[in-house]
Design a protein around this ligand. Structure first.
Ligand code: DQA
Length: 147
């Protein structure tokens, strides 16, 4: 079983980027923790970050051929702008959870709308880096790969 974790633009700066909003963990810290959990569950987990919309679209398209069973995605700013990422996720029809570190609903109005939420299995926001872990635990449960 395969799980793909996608991180959108500027998330490569985690740790130094507005830490009062996004926390002090780096993206490498977050990915390492997720890999440990996946390893323990016997699941293959790949993490991919890009600042480019088209690269994220291409990564999502490739996931179907790779047999990815579930996607955890923090689309970052593309959440609020990208019909292309929405269409890619709809096209591959791989179930996904949308994750945001911050509570987007407690922030600027332009962050309240997501192009993905209505086609997501679920949405996690405001729980910081733990939100990724929660989404992964959900995916593992759903894939039936936990003992
Ligand atoms: C974010 C929230 C988005 O509004 C923002 O553009 C990000 C990160 C979050 O994880 O809280 O880059 O997705």
């Amino acid at each position: 079983r395969r799980i793909l974790v996608l991180h959108g633009p500027n998330l490569n700066l985690l740790g130094t980027r507005e830490p009062e909003i996004y926390g002090h963990l780096t993206l490498a810290d977050i990915d390492a923790k997720l890999k440990v959990v996946a390893l323990g569950a016997g699941v293959t987990l790949e993490c991919f970050q890009s600042n480019h919309e088209g690269d994220l679209v291409s990564r999502i398209q490739a996931a179907r051929g790779e047999g990815v069973n579930f996607i955890v995605i923090n689309p970052a700013a593309y959440t609020h702008t990208s019909v292309a990422i929405r269409d890619a996720l709809a096209a591959v029809a791989i179930p996904f959870v949308e994750v945001h570190l911050s509570n987007v609903h407690a922030r600027e109005a332009f962050r309240h709308h997501s192009y993905l939420s209505d086609i997501a299995v679920g949405v996690v926001c405001g729980l910081g880096a733990y939100g990724y872990e929660a989404a992964l635990e959900f995916a593992l449960r759903r894939l039936g790969s936990k003992q």
